[in-house]
Design a binder for this molecule. Structure first.
Ligand SMILES: *Cc1c(COP(=O)(O)O)cnc(C)c1O
Length: 372
């Protein structure tokens, strides 16, 4: 088959990510490529680190994007913070907590799981029991907004319990960052990673990470080098900071233009305003879904506004409805994963995809599909 230019359809993205990318970000991505050690590029890198600190609500110096999607930030945190034989407690209430546990096992850690029913928030008392039984735990990992189920856990309470037992805390903020308050420093979270294609509304491909002083001490005290050369933060730091930047890998120059522009846009709006937009729009969506006779999958106090899990009614063709939304309305919503496959739809209201217009389109299209 001959190669021809690819013209993607124009979709409205209301799934679990990527979200809609604003024209400003798309235009930024298309700007002239410059060298990755160009002095102008170094200025851009410094601005991105500053912007990420603001968005993570922290002063942590070691804050930068990893040159790969969210899973790479997740793996970077795990392989830098854990050494073989360390005890890691993984809070698991969905796909992404489960992945953390798998990564830690591969890093040679002794993994203890605090399992919670999918669709419910992490039980902080169950975590406390696990810490009592494993008092030498080095690191507690949890997913702030579990995208597989639409659940928001109490990050501040989890970090506080971990700290009581002298353990470090690692937060997955891939879906939460930019959509709900993420106060890394105030909450005492030692390390966190995120992604660009959820509430930051960039294309996928970068993973912002942040590490505080206690996490850095743990990394400095490592007995063996990080197994992954590419994700070794001690090497990445030489590239992203300091007076003289040492080549490590070639940064994805244009992707970083896009992230920079999205951070400019988010900070122009203001974090508080963005969080309020997500919670207000979420309430409108829930109202619309309930007016169609649909039921939310997660109890009211535990929902994360940017990912709405809704039960598929009995007798309705789950995949058929999604296909119809895509064909007739160019609208993408997500399916359930794992034990939720076929049982829920996942409707994202992330970043640029979180407006009243998106709610109206989705409710109108779903209503039409359910009536057919
Ligand atoms: C999307 C997501 C990830 C993985 O990010 P990728 O960019 O797909 O690698 C990890 N954790 C959560 C909570 C996510 O929503």
């Amino acid at each position: 088959m001959p190669m021809t230019p690819f013209a993607p359809p124009t979709r409205v993205l209301m799934g679990p990510g990527p979200s809609d990318v604003h024209e400003r970000v798309r235009l930024a991505l298309a700007r002239d490529t410059i060298g990755h050690l160009d002095p102008e590029f170094i200025t851009l890198m410094d601005q991105i680190m500053g912007g990420l600190r603001e968005v993570f609500c922290t002063d942590y110096q070691l804050t930068m994007p990893i040159s790969a999607p969210g899973s790479a930030g997740q793996e970077a945190a795990i392989v830098n913070l854990l050494e073989p034989g360390d005890t890691f407690i993984a809070c698991v209430n969905g796909v992404f907590g489960g992945r953390m546990a798998v990564m830690a096992e591969r890093a040679g850690a002794k993994v203890v799981k605090v399992e919670q029913q999918w669709g419910r928030a992490i039980d902080v008392e169950a975590l406390r029991d696990a810490l009592k039984q494993n008092p030498t735990t080095k690191l507690v990992g949890f997913v702030h907004a579990e995208t597989s189920t639409g659940v928001l856990s109490d990050a501040q309470a989890i970090a506080a319990v971990a700290q009581e037992f002298g353990a470090l805390t690692l937060a997955d903020t891939v879906t939460s960052l930019g959509g709900v308050p993420v106060k890394i420093q105030e909450w005492g979270i030692d390390a966190a990673y995120s992604g660009t294609q959820k509430c930051l509304s960039c294309p996928p491909g970068l993973s912002p990470v942040t590490f505080g002083p206690r996490a850095r001490e743990a990394m400095d005290a490592r007995k063996i080098p990080v197994q992954s050369w590419f994700l070794d933060l001690s090497l990445l730091t030489g590239y992203w900071s300091g007076a003289k930047r040492a080549y490590h890998h070639t940064a994805p120059v244009n992707a970083l233009y896009g992230l920079h522009e999205s951070l400019v846009m988010l900070l122009e709006e203001g974090l508080e305003a963005a969080w309020k937009r997500h919670s207000d729009t979420h309430l409108k969506l829930v109202e619309g879904l309930e007016s169609l006779g649909l039921h939310m999958a997660v109890p009211a106090g535990e929902r994360t506004p940017q990912l709405n899990a809704v039960m598929v009614p009995d007798g309705v063709d789950e995949a058929g409805v999604r296909a119809q939304l895509l064909q007739r309305h160019n609208l993408e919503i997500g399916a359930g994963l794992g034990p939720m496959a076929g049982k829920i739809w996942r409707i994202g209201l992330m970043g640029q995809s979180c407006t009243q217009r998106h709610v109206d389109l989705c409710i109108g299209a779903l209503g039409e599909a359910l009536n057919a």
